[in-house]
Design a protein around this ligand. Sequence first.
Ligand code: ATP
Length: 246
Amino acid sequence: MLKLIGVEAFYGKIKALHGVSLEVPDGKLVCILGANGAGKTTILKSISGVVEPEMGTIHFDGVRIDRLDPEKIVSLGISHVPENRHVFPELTVHENLVMGGFLVREKSLLKVRLEEVFDRFAIMRERKDQLAGTLSGGEQQMLAISRALMLKPKLLLLDEPSLGLAPLLVQEIFATIKNLHQSGVTILLVEQNVNQALRIADYGYVLTSGKIFLSGTYEELRREEKVREMYLGEGKYVRRARLWGS
Ligand code: ATP
């Protein structure tokens, strides 16, 4: 469904992506893992058209999208849930959702979409008249995801949805993502919460300094000493340190 080939992106003179190639097949949940500053967000921004790649190509559903405006890309079926949610705090939950459905011209269809979101997330129905800024972090994340679903995207881009949430809420968010995936939504997920993300993903790419350094299924990546060491906290040096009580 989505294919990046040799994507290079810059911020001024800073090169953030060095020839990134990756694929997201229809109906799959693919995750991009990597440390702070590795370039994960830049990949998502390149797909949604917020950052224009200098080199390489991005195809979505058979259409080349790397030179298209963000609005056109959204209309093709890609919704982006940005890092730190970015809900409109002064608007109600309902108003935020209507904003998410900005491309839905027919009122009746907008109503149907709202009902679908409320059926999926009961908490959104409960809080529909509450100002978004007064929701908890986890609820704001649910709202950001719900807002993106208002356009019934073919592909959902999720940027660090568990960031800054308490452990219980992290579990809830991962359960939500898993449910979305099981209901057929194709997802590209960026996460630093490597263990949890890999457990629910069909496939993972590990990014370091703007380059894909490894890729594979959870089982394949778990077998890589470097992944265990750097991201799963269970490599041989960590085991040795535990043995020596440090
Ligand atoms: P994080 O987990 O911290 O969000 P990330 O893996 O998503 O990290 P990016 O945000 O994509 O990484 O950043 C990749 C590189 O580009 C970093 O070196 C970052 O400092 C740089 N960068 C990101 N945004 C900008 C910007 N607006 N202007 C200049 N440099 C930027």
